[in-house]
Design a protein around this ligand. Structure first.
Ligand code: ADP
Ligand code: MG
Length: 323
């Protein structure tokens, strides 16, 4: 028997969500009702994943759900916010019970790590599209933004770059499965939002962004918003051992790290003196923070390999949807 819309909402979503103390009314009414803790600001983000654009056709449902929530969590991480609840607008061509259960498994596997509540949503028929709106909190006026980077700040990134882009390329070329390719493809399907590190950066970072469209594009947003430029050390870009195994050419490794999408690592700017302390905190969380360059007054991004200026022409753009 086909699932009714009510069954889907009840069995796949309402009955499975964690309850969050700030959600006064969740799924079941015309709208959800939330409280915002005193002395905090509400931080809200929304992101849509479209089949064939943001994930390949036939991606397993649990990965689609994981990623839809992870990219939103990553936006909260970049603001230094504490996640609280989310809503889900799900458009799908048909209501397949096994697919929906797999989708809910991926969704709640990640949501439960943050004790988030699914507080409402919308369910419609159409081409597979997943929109999640997320909300969290920061202490009043403590949200990180893109516009505070100052000349002399150290530019840092979390963990390693380029893995997801390498994973996508491996998927598309249906390459032989190796341990390295499995790791890289997992980095594409199940990005890990850097929420705890984002929170740790909140008090000292002058600017922060999550890297979704490639380092150059996203660092570029910080530079534009802050009215500054940057010197980047290609030789310092953090690369995973798996990426280096799958891609043997240094130039190609750098290209993936600079312009590959879907990293969902954080890029932040810090006064140099706080770096050792933050590196320690991140270490305790399980994230590595790597300094990769410095903010300069002159606009633009200057790439260096050690002391040699590099011109990787054509590398200045990340993924753009309408070009
Ligand atoms: P309305 O017609 O008032 O918009 P719906 O019938 O669309 O209400 O939804 C009924 C309830 O189920 C609402 O509380 C809504 O937020 C929730 N809901 C609908 N779809 C989803 C979904 N995909 N995930 C979570 N909650 C949902
Ligand atoms: Mg209604």
């Amino acid at each position: 028997m086909p699932l009714s819309e009510f069954d889907i909402i009840q069995h796949c979503f309402a009955s499975r969500t964690h309850q969050h103390r700030d959600v006064k009314r969740g799924i079941g009414d015309d709208a959800a009702v939330m409280a915002v803790p005193i002395d905090h600001d509400l931080v809200v983000a929304v992101d849509t994943l479209v089949e064939g654009v943001h994930f390949p056709v036939d991606t397993p449902a649990r990965y689609i759900a994981w990623k839809a929530l992870a990219v939103n969590l990553s936006d909260l991480a970049a603001m230094g916010a504490e996640p609280a609840w989310f809503t889900l607008a799900l458009t799908m061509p048909k209501a397949d019970e096994a697919w929906l259960n797999d989708f809910a498994d991926g969704l709640f596997e990640l949501a439960d790590q943050y004790q988030m509540q699914l507080a409402g949503g919308d369910t419609t028929r159409g081409p597979l599209t997943v929109t999640i709106q997320i909300a969290g909190y920061v202490p009043t006026d403590k949200a990180m933004t893109r516009d505070g980077a100052k000349p002399g700040d150290v530019i840092c990134v979390t963990n390693t770059l380029g893995d997801a882009a390498a994973g996508l390329s491996l998927l598309q070329h249906s390459a032989r499965q190796t341990e390295a390719s499995e790791y890289l493809i997992a980095r594409l399907h199940q990005p890990i939002p850097r929420v705890a590190t984002g929170r740790a950066l909140r008090d000292t970072a002058t600017a922060c962004i999550d890297i979704s469209d490639g380092l150059l594009a996203d660092l570029g947003h910080i530079l534009t918003a802050s009215g500054v430029g940057a010197r980047l050390q290609l030789d310092k870009l953090p690369l995973s051992a798996q990426l280096c195994r799958a891609v043997d050419n240094k130039q190609d490794q750098w290209r993936l790290a600079l312009t590959g999408g879907d990293d969902y690592e954080l890029c932040c700017c810090l006064p140099a003196e706080v770096l050792p302390h933050l590196t320690q905190i991140a270490d305790r969380i399980g994230d590595r923070i790597t300094p990769i360059g410095v903010i300069e007054a002159a606009a633009g991004i200057r790439l260096y390999d050690q002391e040699t200026p590099c011109d990787l022409t054509g590398e200045q753009q990340g993924y753009r949807h309408f070009e």
